[in-house]
Design a binder for this molecule. Structure first.
Ligand code: AVJ
Ligand code: FE
Length: 439
């Protein structure tokens, strides 16, 4: 590659690394050392574990592998290996104290910025288009979203604040018809796409109908008020079992308030806003709502076609609005707002077919289990995606208000257990086309 282009890439990578670290610092500087060391939920890590883990991954991949430099702290690799340390055991480990963790991250980062100056991006496949650096940026941003979810679980007075998301600017239709036919799912060209998004391949779908916006609190409340949580027929067998074992009655963080509900968000209470996407529901709750509404969840292929397919060109776009990167007027991403935006707040982010708020606001459960696409090759390590393939996990799409733009694309795939709801998860519904509906 020519020197000028390489220098531009270096500058872009440095800016992304620095911007990302500012987010990690903000999320960990607003609480004291005891709070950082404490476990707020057994399904989450102490914040200080996430922080040092992010530094350790950066050391493993960039300092040692890409840079072939001497280890900074080989002795802590085990402590911060997510596969060796179950979350519930992490608070009892001899973790780096917050001051040590911050110093460790600083040392690693200085080495990385130094090697970034010298690296040649054509040296190895891992470096093509700066991929190794992009992977580490995305990894830290994913943990920043996890840390934001930990903040949401934390008890005590609020420590995070942000301006509210924008108000609705347009009326959004109920649903949109997506014509049948082939489209391209996944990518082979997106430079920082992770292995599970690859390769691009054609998928032929029958026509279907999808909600033009995520399901709102108002619609979800109708399901709750109709006794949806007490009616096994709306739930799958596994879902009903979980509903009973976990005593589910409403989305996580909803609390009874007089005759209605309030929600707790980052330490503050607010009445439920009817036009806001419902958040903190698990896959089983999404599935039950859809059954109650006479609908179903979209498959991830349907979600991606609604998001990326442009009927005018027949192409799949990088994002719903086109090929340009996300901007604040297109999507509620990046923890700029600490809530999903009401439906209709992002007309500039709508897809070619007129589907709104696919990117940002809330992760959207799909009916699909997590598998490799045809031709999948693990890269650069099996533990990112491949070890999670199987029927145990469901795919979520689109990112949330807590997701950074670097870790969110039309092709980006997230996954989680069907019982999880501490994440910023919501959904939209879909349905088959009815006989005669196509005219
Ligand atoms: C893709 C969000 C499921 O948090 O478990 C972080 C991302 N992988 N460190 C997770 C990840 C390794 C992953 N998710
Ligand atoms: Fe990680």
């Amino acid at each position: 590659p020519d020197r000028g282009a390489e220098d531009n890439l270096r500058r872009r990578i440095a800016a992304e690394l620095i911007r990302t670290r500012e987010r990690s610092a903000l999320l960990t500087d607003v609480v004291d050392d005891d709070d950082l060391m404490r476990q707020h939920s057994t399904i989450m890590s102490p914040l200080v574990w996430d922080l040092a883990h992010v530094g350790n991954q950066e050391e493993l991949w960039l300092v040692r592998d890409v840079g072939r430099r001497e280890p900074v702290r080989r002795d802590i690799d085990e402590l911060y290996d997510a596969f060796k340390q179950p979350r519930k055991d992490r608070p009892a480990l001899p973790l780096l104290r917050p001051g040590e963790a911050r110093a460790y991250l600083g040392t690693v980062r200085n080495k990385v910025l130094d090697l970034l100056d010298q690296v040649r991006f054509d040296e190895r496949r891992l470096l093509a288009n700066g991929f190794a650096f992009g992977m580490i940026v995305q990894h830290e941003q994913q943990h920043d979203e996890t840390m934001l979810a930990t903040h949401q679980l934390r008890q005590g007075p609020p420590v995070l604040a942000a301006p509210p998301p924008p108000e609705p600017a347009v009326a959004v239709p109920g649903e949109v018809l997506v014509p049948g036919g082939p489209f391209v799912l996944g990518t082979s060209t997106e430079p920082w796409a992770l292995d599970n998004e690859r390769p691009a391949h054609e998928v032929d779908l029958p026509p279907f109908v999808i909600d033009a916006a995520p399901v709102t609190n108002e619609r979800y409340l109708a399901f709750v008020a109709d006794g949806g949580y007490d009616e096994p027929r709306w739930w799958s067998e596994a879902g009903w079992q979980h509903r009973c074992a976990a005593g589910l009655r409403a989305p996580m963080h909803w609390e009874p308030d007089g005759s209605g509900w309030a929600c707790r968000r980052f330490g503050r209470y607010a009445p439920l806003r009817p036009d806001e996407p419902v958040v903190h529901v698990c896959f089983y709750e999404a599935e039950a709502f859809a059954a109650w509404a006479g609908r179903r969840l979209p498959t991830e292929a349907e979600w991606e076609k609604a998001a990326r397919w442009d009927p005018a060109s027949g192409r799949s776009r990088r994002y719903p609005w086109g090929d340009e990167d996300p901007t604040p007027d297109r999507a509620n991403l990046g923890q700029r707002h600490l809530a999903p935006a009401p439906v209709g707040a992002y007309p500039a982010g709508a897809s070619a077919l007129g589907v709104h708020q696919l990117i940002g606001d809330v992760w959207e459960w799909t009916s699909s289990t997590f598998h490799g696409y045809p031709g999948f090759v693990a890269f650069p390590y099996r533990e990112y995606s491949e070890v999670f393939f199987g029927d145990g996990y469901r795919v979520l799409r689109g990112g949330s208000f807590g997701t950074d733009r670097s870790a969110c694309r039309g092709t980006f795939r997230n996954w989680d257990l069907p019982i999880r709801r501490q994440i910023f998860s919501g959904f939209r519904c879909a349905r088959d086309v009815r006989p005669g509906e196509l005219g």
